[in-house]
Design a protein around this ligand. Sequence first.
Ligand code: MTE
Ligand code: HPA
Ligand code: MOS
Length: 755
Amino acid sequence: MAKLPWHINGPLHVSGRSRFIGDEAPLSGMLYAKFFFSPVAHARIIKLDLSAAKAFPGVHAVYSAQDIPGENMIGHVYKDEPLFPEDIIMFYHQPLAMVLSEDESIAEAAAGLIILEAEELPAVFSIEEADRLKQWYIPERKIERGDVADALNRSRYSIHGQSYTGGQEHFYMESQRTRAIPTDHDLIHLLCATQSTTEVQEIAAVVLGIPAHRIAVEVPRLGGAFGGKERSATIWAVMAALGAFLSARPVQVVLTRDEDMRTTGKRHPFLSKWKIGFDEDGKILAWDIELMCNGGAYADLSIAILERAMFHAENCYHIPAVRIKGRACRTNLPPNTAFRGFGGPQGMFTIESALGQIAKKLHKDPLQIRKLNCYQNGDITPYGQQIKESSALDMLNQVAQAADYQQLSKDIQDFNSSHEHLKQGLGIMPVKFGISFTTSFMNQGSALIWVYLDGSLSVSTGGVEMGQELNSKVALIVQRVLGLSFEKIRVESSHTQRTGNASPTAASTGSDINGNAARIAAEKIRKNLTELARVMLQERYEIESEELVFAEDKVFAQAEPEQSIAFPELIKRAHQTRIPLGAYGYYATPDLYFDRDLGQGHPFHYFVYGAAMARVQLNLLSGEHEITSVNIVHENGQSLHPDIDMGQVVGAFIQGMGWCTMEELVIDAKGRYLSANPSTYKIPGVRDLPRDLQVKMLNSKSAEASVFGSKAVGEPPFMYGLAVFFALQNAIQSVKPEAELSFPATPEAIVRALN
Ligand code: MTE
Ligand code: HPA
Ligand code: MOS
């Protein structure tokens, strides 16, 4: 195999040569879009007066709901979201009108002249209130096994509880943006920062009232997304498309950081109410949980996110009787959306909180209790999927060994008994994360390969590069099949004209789906070339052909590596003999189905397992903490690129740690995000990293894994961050056993818990 240290975008990023949408020179005649955003969270529109903005010198046009040529609808799975509201404003900072000008500051000034006359309506911001009012997008969902009420009654012990996890701002570096370019033959080309080219194409076509083939969506790369551009990008893309369609000029939409943070949805806050029944050893017998999420003003992906939370509500544990109910609640906040983990972290947090309480109640070792309940092969999940390759127990054993658990626990006890104002704590977070879109049909993808006449190759997939280095993985896969050196392989932008009908790059499936599609396309090319290569080897060396090898830009018989045909030579001849040098690859993940009414099926292709253990040191006076050490063990299959995967594990852990310890979204009584810029919203910085972070990647062999034995890595490690929250909880409980830490564990929350 060729040398591995290869990363397509890294050298471009560090040398400042990577370009993002909006970096290109302005096009001649290009208009900049600025918006008039709602100053109220919930209201009936009486009048939207655009006249002063329209009359402002330098303004090209002002558009609002009545200018939409097609349907005023950008909802996707659940169609409840208008591009511009016509009647009811649903959240603060909802865009109501768009101003176009060749001068961005003129557009902005003119947007400020728009006058809204509206009748304010009562607004709902909290889950509790929305749930009380039954403001759900769809009726309650349920996954159930056994008789949970009976099992709770029969359990020796039971605990009732309530858990809450907060929202999270995506904080991608590149804000939402699209450049729309009308070209000839009635096509609109969208250079768009989206994870979902297809959704943007579909919805832009509906809003403009034209066929989808007149919209081309292209994503060169994203400056980060984290789920925040799976659906939230669509509205801005469609705004740009609408502007370009109506004005017949290029239009650019780029949100500022503040606009982006005020107007886009975030991770769903979840509230859950639960009862857990268990015996004297800590074996769980019954788990009854109601999950409620704050979905914001429109359904967006809330139903799918709730579903994934429900699928992860038992985490790594086999529980005989289970009832999981879920309700997605509509509130007057920006529509909350996909965020790394997609409900998984919220579901898992609850059971891990409950397990912590079991350990406390029984005065037992929290690691032991977790080990006792781990899934074994053959166990069935509450939603009916059989567990075939559980490494949950193994992960816990390995992380305990890596962290030297016995010694660590003892050191912490010793430290705590000899310190008054400093206390240490230990947190454990096992992870089992299901891989596949839970909407089964979405698990499909395509790739297109062209080999050019000089032997260089171009590969397109529907996958979007957002920093996870999907492009490097796709190139590595093609490299493995065709034996080309990396310089010969070019991974193209994601473009609907090359790979149509792509699923979003999400659910951690990017490399499984697009990588497999690229593998299949490359295998077709290899198959097309094999007979010819045999003939050429025969002509030149009189080699009786057996197994041919494609490697090092050559083709040769396995036994005679010295006698080879150079790849470019093979390609030239292939073209002359009229052998196709292009191939389309299509992949659909096998064996997936889920019946939503029954709450039963096989929604995941496989699971990714791992575990984290964190040690923290807390200052009881200030509430500040330091993460002294973190150990992570991550089961990663046959990695396509261990360094990239390590980046994903470490990055996701830090993002998860930030979510549960410092990132706090604050709204005022009017539903306005006050934490709408980096000065009021704190994400982890270098000084917040653990003093000692050890990650052990396990090169596991798995029959269920995906392309070349690899496993998805994008989201599962996010949940390791929760180990830090539980470590802080543990430190607090060492001085005040009954204290419950609220989420996120900011210094204020810690001081509150202690007092
Ligand atoms: N890594 C970087 N650098 N930037 C991102 O935006 N998104 C995450 C994860 N890792 C993200 C990332 C999310 S939410 C997902 S679903 C996966 O990457 C998507 O890419 P993949 O499926 O190719 O792993
Ligand atoms: N994960 C991420 N995005 C999705 C999913 C999912 O399971 N389902 C639909 N969109
Ligand atoms: Mo990731 S939240 O599935 O984009």
